[in-house]
Design a protein around this ligand. Structure first.
Ligand code: SF4
Length: 435
């Protein structure tokens, strides 16, 4: 007899028969997190979770007596099993009390749901550069971790955000609290990474790695200045230095606030090809409540206008705002029905896609150290319907999958924090237009 949860998933598979089976388990793992269970201590030969910006965990690391945070893989690949899953890459979000658990079986690792085996699991191979340190002793994995099964080098050059406190921080975000917990746990967590550190780490990656295709320059918002520089000047200096040393070696992406065109030009001139002015949530009331800093410093209307203006700088296909999928249903402010939440975000997708812009998602993980705190995630049904709406709206506007995310399609997508790339038709990666 399958458990009630597995029965629910199988019911949803029948109801959403147009979605690939892989995404049901991927979204479940992203919503609930994963327990490492009694999995034997690692032999050190796989890529460990780097805490590349937020915790993306359902449990604070102080409440992980088994120190799961130190042995968790960055991602897992699901494959095979009774559902015949194609290879599916999923980011690991730790939750020691999750119903989803990794266990060893016959020498391999399997994913189980309340005792039921769902599929085999593989861990990402440890990149050569994860065994190396910089001249100052910092691990390369701290300065330039990779995610998406090695596709993306994630450069969080500023590990805090200047939106501070409950009246400014995005309420779903634990960037500042995560910084504090990592430091308290004694982990090397660099507040501001220097240009020299980044370049030295990239030298090592360039010499040893064949999997990385893109890098993201990111970090918290800068509302005033950081080290005497505005947000655009601060983040663009890294792109300039990287592109000077490694011209065109990787697709350069930047996540910063919705800035005016004249500021964005600095990024383009530095070599950045893809711009992520993360919008987070479409509904006007929820944007104000959940993103109080964005509302205070820029405002929703201006945020939208600047996203549209950015098309003139990067080209529409390279302006890719993130939506935190599921945050529309968070307590206490969110929609209480799946219907309303979908209707709202569908409007946002239609608004941007009808103007040539392809948003993307990160599936919301209720992080206990964020302002919203620990709570139930949005229902699975919400995520499934959202994936359908995304796929259909993209097709309706005849848009290609966003560039800079690797190839789309079940079995070949590498984007690990949402299934939006897994539900699109399998094809070659969309090329990022040259500047
Ligand atoms: S802008 Fe919001 S989501 Fe981004 S780091 Fe700051 S608080 Fe977090």
């Amino acid at each position: 007899m399958p458990s009630a949860r597995l029965k629910m998933i199988e019911d949803q598979m029948r109801r959403f028969a147009d979605l690939p089976p892989e995404v049901f388990f991927k979204e479940e793992l992203l919503r609930h997190g994963l327990s490492l269970g009694p999995l034997a201590a690692p032999d050190g030969s796989y890529q460990k979770k780097s805490y590349f910006i937020f915790s993306f965990d359902r449990t604070p690391i102080g409440q992980m007596p088994q120190q799961e945070n130190r042995r968790a893989p960055e991602e897992i690949a699901l494959l095979g099993g009774p559902y015949g899953l194609l290879r599916t890459i999923v980011s690991v979000r730790l939750n020691p009390s999750s119903p989803y658990c990794l266990e060893t079986d016959d020498g391999g690792i399997v994913l189980r749901l309340e005792g039921e085996t769902l599929c085999q699991v593989e861990f990402p191979p440890e990149p050569e550069h994860y065994r190396r340190t910089l001249r100052n002793g910092k691990p390369v994995s701290e300065i330039a971790p990779t995610i998406e099964w090695g596709y993306l080098i994630y450069l969080t050059v500023f590990r805090r955000c200047q939106y501070v406190g409950s009246d400014q921080e995005c309420r779903f975000c634990d960037i500042n609290a995560n910084f504090d917990q990592q430091r308290a746990a004694g982990l090397p967590y660099t507040t501001v990474k220097s240009e020299e550190e980044i370049l030295e780490a990239l030298e090592i990656i360039a010499a040893t790695d064949t999997r990385s295709r893109a890098y993201t320059l990111t970090g918290g918002s800068i509302t005033a200045t950081l080290r005497g520089k505005s947000e655009a000047d601060f983040y663009a200096q890294y792109a300039e230095a990287i592109e000077r040393r490694f011209p065109g070696r990787w697709i350069a992406k930047a996540v910063v606030q919705a800035l005016p065109k004249e500021e964005l030009v600095k990024f383009r001139n530095a070599g950045v090809r893809i711009y992520h002015p993360n919008y987070e949530v479409w509904d006007e009331r929820l944007f104000t409540l959940l993103c109080p800093g964005k509302e205070q410093y820029i405002g929703r209307q201006k945020w939208i206008e600047r996203i549209l203006d950015a098309r003139e700088v990067f080209g529409a296909s390279c302006v890719i705002p993130n939506f935190v999928a599921g945050i529309e249903m968070s307590r206490p402010y969110g929609f209480t029905s799946v219907e309303e939440a979908i209707r709202s975000t569908a409007k946002g997708l239609e608004f941007f896609m009808s103007r040539g812009i392809t948003p993307r998602f990160t599936t919301w993980c209720p992080e206990p150290l964020s302002n919203l705190g620990s709570q139930e995630p949005a229902p699975l049904e919400y995520h499934l319907r959202l994936l359908q709406v995304y796929r259909d709206t993209l097709a309706q506007h005849d848009l290609a999958p966003p560039p800079g995310y690797g190839p789309p399609g079940a079995g070949q997508a590498v984007f690990s924090v949402s299934s939006f790339m897994d539900v699109l038709e399998a094809s070659a990666e969309t090329p990022a237009p040259r500047l």
